[in-house]
Design a protein around this ligand. Structure first.
Ligand SMILES: NC(=O)c1ccc[n+]([C@@H]2O[C@H](COP(=O)([O-])OP(=O)(O)OC[C@H]3O[C@@H](n4cnc5c(N)ncnc54)[C@H](OP(=O)(O)O)[C@@H]3O)[C@@H](O)[C@H]2O)c1
Length: 275
């Protein structure tokens, strides 16, 4: 099995780290990036061959040639150009997987050879620590076996869910963008601790360990977050005072608004890319 990761930034890097941690053979993996500095850093960090398009304009085509799976991990605005760039190098059965927000399977299919199997995914960066969440939808030409091949990229590093393509923007709003919401919570809790008189490094460490620890408690798929919250919220206690204050100030509506903004931005990226 040969897998080519085109782009090796936050997202493709997280997928690659997850695959390596789950036991993939580095010899079957290669990657491309733009700059020579990123190529050197990527080789050092992941121990796989990383080629720079700045040094070798053929790097993407060479990586795609002979690959069973090509994972497109560049910014959404470059995805369709990259599809056209690698088209001539692809074998008809090579599965082209995209992680990009907003870029539809239809748009990719129009920029790839007729009948190329395409899979659109919405992963997230906790794949790096084996706790990712991925939504995935196949294009017109993809077979069941090829979809399973794409799912296999995330095996051992997260939960994978097949969804209708129309739901991918909603998946992005929950889990694709979601890690940033949890990081923001940790930032705001640290700032709140400082305002209450804690020293900055103590407040940051308390907030970081709390969000990380609570995340670990949620890791079991059978766990209900509301039940966990109730278990630590004594009637008339300090936690209840905080939770009631959040809810009365409209936190639920704010979160829903932010998630609507994420999904709307996904649709806007689709329109901008002509999808
Ligand atoms: N970040 C997330 O949490 C997240 C979540 C879900 C989906 N996504 C999707 O993941 C995709 C990548 O986002 P990201 O956050 O990983 O971006 P990023 O960190 O900026 O990484 C982009 C990567 O693409 C490389 N690159 C640029 N031009 C290239 C070219 N012509 N050929 C090959 N590689 C090239 C860059 O190399 P250099 O370093 O040399 O510039 C870099 O390795 C986006 O489409 C995004 O929608 C991201």
């Amino acid at each position: 099995m040969k897998i080519a990761m085109l782009g090796l930034g936050n997202m493709n890097g997280a997928i690659l780290a997850g695959m390596l941690a789950a036991g993939s053979d580095p010899a079957g993996l290669c990657a491309t990036v733009h700059s020579e500095d990123s190529a050197r850093a990527g080789e050092e960090r992941y121990g796989v061959a990383v080629h720079s398009t700045e040094r070798d304009p053929e790097a993407n085509r060479n990586a795609a040639s002979g690959a069973d799976v090509v994972v497109l991990g560049v910014k959404p605005r470059y995805i369709l150009t990259l599809c056209r760039e690698i088209s001539a190098a692809l074998a008809p059965e090579t599965v082209v997987v995209s992680v990009a927000a907003g870029i539809t399977t239809g748009a990719m299919e129009r920029n790839l050879p007729e009948g190329q199997p395409v899979v659109r995914t919405m992963p997230n960066t906790p794949l790096t620590v084996g706790m990712g969440a991925v939504g995935l939808a196949g294009g017109r030409a993809v077979t069941e076996e090829q979809l399973a091949l794409a799912e296999g990229l995330f095996a051992g590093s997260g939960s994978v869910h097949r969804v209708a393509e129309e739901q991918i923007d909603a998946v992005a709003a929950v889990s694709g963008s979601g890690p940033a919401y949890a990081f923001l919570l940790a930032e705001l809790m640290a700032a709140g601790g400082v305002e209450l008189g804690l020293d900055e490094s103590l407040a940051r460490d308390l907030a970081r360990s709390t969000v990380a620890g609570a995340g670990r408690m949620l890791a079991d798929p059978g766990v209900d977050p509301a039940a966990l919250r109730r278990a630590v919220t004594s009637p008339n206690g300090t936690t209840e005072a905080a939770v009631n204050s959040f809810l009365e100030a409209g936190l639920a509506g704010l979160i829903a608004d932010g998630m609507r903004a994420s999904a709307a931005r996904g649709r806007q990226i689709s329109e901008e890319s002509g999808a």
